[in-house]
Design a protein around this ligand. Structure first.
Ligand code: PMP
Length: 398
């Protein structure tokens, strides 16, 4: 009966984690999955989160179902962070926001909604993108295509090609964009480039879907949301999926949000209702623990300030690691150019290594990165950065 079921080859990034843990090499370094590790190689529990956890634990409260849309305080936290507390669209109730099961859950609910209400729309993702973007949209029976984004040969954006591509799309086609810290390339648009992209989106009546999973890891909380806020200022309809996995270091709690910016409060109410119904059909309501942590940290002024500075601490450590990696590589291989390492933002660096070189790094040195050459810079620290740079230099020399 089940013989016709295809085997699942596993997720390439999650599978890499299993391979890493099974590797007996004492020098092994995990630069595969997008997780922030601190200077001693451990996943941090943020101090602001510790305070929130203490408040939740004392007294231990009953666990009712949450509303389909999640906790109001979680939803407000998403809105304030993404759009800015003072956003006019918020004051006019034009933004429908639900709390979701991580950023992945937000993408899924958003894609289901699009499939149901904009059945003709195709979705275009950047080439390359986080592979689950394709899987999630295609999994909702939406046709997925890709737009030019990154040029491996020059380690730079294919900006003109991207604009030409957008100019040929049809009304209501969805373009999936990364407002900051592009995954996997780390190459972001400048503000002027965003302005151009958004002009084309407006003119072609496309639907922008912005997926932001690393807010605070690029420039700062506000600059990282530039594209989102500019789209709202331009009165564009807009979908935003956000994740707190990385910036609250709450990976396993599965906390995120989906916001849909609408032209009017009436439309936002309709959309909010349908988002609730979409959630009801898939999982009824989100889990409560992480939602309470988000609510407490983000809505308490002092804890929020503490959170921002903790995120900036993580951001700065990654930037320092980029500088160190670049300078060791430049010393080892003076003829090669490693400027791309510090031009890229966020957790990832797209190294341009071939799949064979990535494989060699893994088998000879126990250095794990994704086969498309994406390295999670947040896995580097003072104790392993020289080792990784040396290993990279060896495979680049070969
Ligand atoms: N979007 C992007 C671009 C991501 O990198 C990730 C996480 N790797 C997500 C969404 C999903 O976030 P979450 O882990 O919260 O589901």
């Amino acid at each position: 009966m089940f013989k016709r079921i295809d085997y699942y080859a596993g997720d390439p990034i999650l599978g890499l984690m299993d391979k890493f843990f099974a590797d007996p090499n004492p020098n092994k370094v995990n630069l595969g999955i997008g997780i922030y590790y601190d200077e001693v190689g451990e996943m941090p529990v943020l101090d602001c989160v510790k305070v929130a956890e203490q408040r939740i634990a004392d007294p231990i409260a009953p666990r009712p179902y949450l509303p389909m849309a999640g906790l109001p305080g979680h939803r407000k936290a998403c809105q304030d962070l993404l759009f800015g507390k003072e956003a006019q669209a918020l004051q006019e109730n034009c933004i429908a926001t639900i709390a979701t099961i991580g950023g992945s859950g937000a993408l899924k609910v958003g894609a289901e909604f699009i499939h149901e209400w904009f059945p003709q729309s195709k979705c275009y993702v950047s080439d390359p993108t986080w592979s689950n973007h394709i899987a999630i949209f295609a999994g909702c029976d939406i046709e997925v295509g890709s737009y030019p984004y990154y040029d491996n040969a020059t380690s730079s954006l294919k900006f003109d090609e991207m604009i030409d591509f957008f100019e040929k799309l049809n009304k209501y086609d969805v373009v999936l964009l990364h407002p900051c810290c592009h995954n996997p390339t780390g190459m972001d648009l400048t503000q002027a480039q965003w302005d151009t992209v958004l002009d084309v989106i407006k003119q072609r009546e496309l639907i922008p879907f912005m997926d932001i999973a690393y807010q605070g890891f690029g420039q700062d909380m506000d600059s990282d949301a530039y594209a989102i806020r500019k789209a709202v200022d331009m009165n564009l309809p807009l979908f935003v999926s956000n994740s707190f996995s990385k910036n609250l270091s709450l990976y396993g709690e599965r906390v995120g949000g989906l916001s849909v910016v609408c032209p009017s409060a009436d439309e936002a109410e309709r959309v909010f209702g349908q988002l609730n119904f979409t959630v009801r059909r898939i999982y009824t309501s989100p889990p409560s623990h992480g939602g309470h942590v988000v609510d407490i940290v983000m809505n308490d002024e002092l804890l929020n300030q503490q959170w921002v500075s903790e995120v900036y601490g993580m951001r700065d450590r990654i930037k320092t690691m980029r500088l160190t990696l670049k300078s060791v590589l430049e010393t080892k291989l003076p003829k090669l150019n490693f400027d791309y390492i510090t031009r890229q933002n966020g957790m990832f660096s797209f190294t341009g290594l071939t799949p064979q070189q990535v494989e060699q790094l893994q088998s000879e040195f126990g250095v794990y990165m994704v086969s498309n050459s994406r390295m999670c810079v947040a896995g580097l620290n003072d104790s392993n950065v020289d080792y990784v740079a040396n290993a990279m230099a060896e495979v680049l020399k070969a």
